[in-house]
Design a binder for this molecule. Structure first.
Ligand code: ZN
Length: 382
């Protein structure tokens, strides 16, 4: 939960949709969000008890998260020790490498420490959503790298995220496309929870404000496209994106529209929130993560063909890459435009990745042929 001091006004206004179109592949990802998985994660989170920064309960929740990411096949799993006020806890950082921009990160984050209660809304809700998205994205290719970050010590004053920014982000000069923070999106039991607040940056430094407004608009559009929820925009404040914004990075976030009274009390439990609302937010967030990280599908015609090739990105802008698949035999590779004209032709052993430039090709649909396999490729210049 966040307490906003310093302004006496809040502004809310409805966002109008502009032409950000539904991506069918991103929709299939959003539709993979499972209500029962969300419910299971919320229940497990609640059962760990009060996960105060530095407590054994928090440590048990950390180990549960690590085991979860391992079971999903993630291998780049790091913890960062966070120390403050004589206590010690850990941030958890799980990285999925992008295919086109491996050194540029989309960060999606949620704190997992709680205070005075089990924190099933604040912030079991955000924690559960990250876990469900990590499951769905485990085997999906994205152009940008994704970091799933579970911060500690948020409730003690954004300490975990501040130490991550101070000790990792700034020293390593991390190239971060945006920070997408999810905190307290559990809703209120018995209410009609049909809207979510999309949060944008209005604070100093102001150099990142217009980009934050832009991506917050895009987040809002994704929520509309991939969930049943409506959106409003409001100010980003009082959660783990703030240390990033202070350092000049572009941030956005989600927060519940009907604000619960239970966070930071022993009654912040599943029965006082709305798990169907968390499910809807997870769907919208899956669409948004797919959009921000540019998730794409390998468009093999013969999907059951075990010998199919990995071709990315699709749509392509400057180039397409065919992943190496070494063999002794030459493979006949060609790229054919919509009129049937061959625009690229080569015979390759594919003992290394083959990169084909698409920078000179007009936008449109193409067929890539590798021996008898055909792939539909879209060239779309940015
Ligand atoms: Zn919180």
């Amino acid at each position: 939960m966040k307490v906003f001091i310093g302004f006496l006004f809040t502004f809310l206004f409805t966002i109008q949709n502009f032409a950000q179109t539904l991506n069918p592949f991103h929709q299939t990802l959003a539709n993979q969000v499972s209500q029962s998985n969300i419910l299971q994660h919320l229940t497990d989170f609640e059962n760990f008890g009060v996960k105060t920064f530095g407590s054994q309960e928090e440590d048990e929740a950390l180990n549960w998260l690590i085991s979860f990411y391992q079971s999903m096949g993630y291998t780049d799993i790091e913890t960062q020790t966070v120390s403050a006020y004589g206590e010690t806890g850990s941030n958890l950082i799980v990285t999925k490498t992008g295919t086109v921009y491996p050194d540029t990160y989309v960060i999606i984050d949620a704190h997992y420490d709680t205070i005075n209660g089990p924190g099933t809304n604040d912030n079991g809700s955000g924690t559960s959503i990250l876990m469900e998205l990590a499951r769905i994205f485990a085997n999906v290719q994205t152009e940008y790298s994704i970091k799933f970050i579970h911060f500690t010590a948020e409730e003690w004053g954004l300490i975990g995220s501040q130490q991550y920014v101070d000790e990792v982000v700034i020293p390593q000069n991390l190239d971060i496309r945006l920070v997408f923070n999810i905190d307290q999106v559990g809703g209120v039991a018995g209410m009609n929870n049909n809207k979510v607040v999309c949060e944008k940056d209005i604070f100093q430094p102001h150099g990142n404000d217009s980009e934050s407004a832009q991506i917050t608009q895009e987040l809002s559009n994704c929520i509309s496209l991939y969930s049943d929820l409506g959106t409003v925009t409001d100010i980003a404040y009082g959660s783990d994106y703030i240390p990033f914004q202070d350092a000049g990075y572009v941030i956005t976030g989600l927060y519940e529209y009907n604000e619960s009274d239970h966070p930071h009390t022993p009654t912040d439990t599943l029965e006082n929130m709305d798990p169907e609302y968390v499910f809807q937010i997870a769907k919208g967030s899956a669409g948004a993560l797919a959009y921000f990280a540019k998730a794409y599908q390998n468009m093999g015609v013969n999907d059951s063909d075990l010998n199919r090739f990995i071709v990315y990105p699709n749509p392509a802008d400057q180039l397409i890459t065919i992943k190496a698949q070494p063999t002794n035999q030459l493979k006949q590779i060609s790229l054919i435009d919509f009129s049937g004209r061959t625009v690229f032709q080569s015979a390759e052993k594919l003992d290394r990745d083959l990169i084909i430039s698409t920078s000179q090709l007009p936008n449109g649909n193409y067929i890539l042929r590798i021996d008898q396999n055909s792939y539909k490729i879209i060239v779309q210049h940015k």
